[in-house]
Ligand binder design. Sequence first.
Ligand SMILES: CC(C)(COP(=O)(O)OP(=O)(O)OC[C@H]1O[C@@H](n2cnc3c(N)ncnc32)[C@H](O)[C@@H]1OP(=O)(O)O)[C@@H](O)C(=O)NCCC(=O)NCCS
Length: 264
Amino acid sequence: MRAAIVRTPPPGAVAAGRDSGRRRRTTPLSLRVVASVAGSRPCSGARDVHNRSPGTPEVGMTALHRYLVVRELVERDADHAAELLGVGMSDNPIHRAVYGEGRRTRERRHTAIMRTMLSRRHGLRMEGAFSGDDLVAVAGWTPPGRCRPTAGERAWLALTALRMGPRVLSRLVAWQSGWAAHDPDEAHVHLGPVAVDAGMRRQGLGTLLLLRHTAALDAVGAVGYLETDRPEAVPFYNGFGYVVVAEEKVLGVPCWFLRRPASH
Ligand SMILES: CC(C)(COP(=O)(O)OP(=O)(O)OC[C@H]1O[C@@H](n2cnc3c(N)ncnc32)[C@H](O)[C@@H]1OP(=O)(O)O)[C@@H](O)C(=O)NCCC(=O)NCCS
C-alpha cells in the first residue's frame, strides 16, 4: 500500500525557542518551539514549497508550558492525524450536513475518510505539532496541480464513504464537487485540512502552522488557496493574507473561498 505521507522519519529536531510576549499571561513562558524543518523524503512537488526552510515563526503561547515539535508527518502518524482531523472537524457545519447529526457518528465517519485520504492521496503533504508524544495540531496542503484527487484516489474515498451508506456518499460527492468548482485555474498551493485539538485551541497552534505555511509560500512566491465553512475561521485566515474571493452555499451551508496572492 502506498502512503501519501512520507514513510521516513524527519531529521533531528532543531531547537529554536521563541516567546513573542504577544499574549496575555501571568507567568513567564517556558515554552520553546522545537522546529524540525521538513527534510523527509518529499513525495511530490511540495518540496519546492515547504522544504525551503520556512524557519521558525515567532508565536506566543499562553498555557503551553512544554515543548512542541513541528515536523512533517510520517506513516506512523497517520492514525493519530486521522483521529485529530476526524474529531476536530466533526462539528463544522459542512460535516454535520454530510455525516448527520450524531456527534460520535460524525467523528467516526470523518476519521475513516481522513484515514483513507492520508493513506491514498499522494499529493497531500501533512505537517503536525506535537506536545510530547501527542499530536495536537495538523495542517495539510497539496502543491500546484495536485489539489484535485485522481480518479483512483476518488474511488478509494468513495469506497470508504459507501460503507456509511449511499446518502453519505452522495453528500460527500456534492460537498467535494461544490468546493472543487471554485478551485482556481492558476497554479496554487491548496491548504487544508487544518485542525487543532479542541482542548488546545486559542493558544497559538493554528497561528504557528499558518505562519510556517505562509512563510513557505512566500519563500517561493506561490499563490495560496483554501476553503472554509466556519465563519470564525475567515478572520483567522485573513490574518495570514488570505482574502475571500467567493462565497457560496454548499449543501445549504455557507462556505468561503479564500486566495492568498503571491508575495513576488
Ligand atoms: C481554526 C483553528 C485551526 C484555529 O486554530 P487555533 O490554534 O485555535 O488558533 P490561534 O490560537 O492561533 O488563533 C489565532 C487568532 O485567530 C482568531 N481565532 C481563532 N479561532 C477563533 C474562533 N473560534 N473564534 C474567533 N476567533 C478565532 C483569534 O483572533 C485568535 O487570536 P486570539 O486567541 O488572541 O483572540 C481551530 O480553531 C480549529 O482547529 N478549528 C476546528 C477545525 C477547523 O475549523 N479547521 C479550519 C477549517 S478550514
